[in-house]
Design a protein around this ligand. Structure first.
Ligand SMILES: [Zn+2]
Length: 132
């Protein structure tokens, strides 16, 4: 039984599988031009879509205004010297001293280290600060 083109009905010996409007049809060579040929080589060639990674912004935090007294009282409560605390978070004791006197406001990285070492929270969401 001869095969016929599924578009024009012409008899075809070697039908070509093409995609026309989302449907896969076996068609003759002339009708094949209307569709998109299904070839393995083509499958990976789809139009590259530009995927923009929208990273949701991390909630903004600011350093607790009470950081200096928090660090000092917690450190003393834990019985740590400024040297010991400095060693724990890999900073000089003078840095701890400056933080405790309020002369040095730790950045977020340093604050997180202090939080980890002292098990306290030194970060306040910015919007919470504004509500004060
Ligand atoms: Zn045809």
């Amino acid at each position: 039984m001869p095969l016929s083109c599924e578009v024009c009905g012409a008899e075809v010996r070697f039908p070509v599988a093409v995609e026309i409007d989302g449907a896969v049809l076996n068609v003759c060579n002339s009708c094949a031009r209307m569709g998109r040929k299904l070839k393995k080589a083509e499958t990976g060639k789809g139009t590259p879509r530009e995927v923009r990674q929208v990273t949701s912004p991390e909630p903004e935090f600011d350093i607790d205004p009470e950081y200096s007294s928090k660090v000092r009282t917690t450190r003393e409560k834990l019985g740590l010297s400024q040297e010991q605390l400095g060693k724990m978070i890999n900073v000089k004791p003078s840095v701890i001293s400056h933080i405790e006197t309020g002369r040095l406001k730790p950045d977020l990285i340093l604050a997180r280290k202090l939080m980890h070492a002292l098990k306290i929270n030194l970060l306040i969401p910015v919007n919470e600060l504004e509500e004060r």
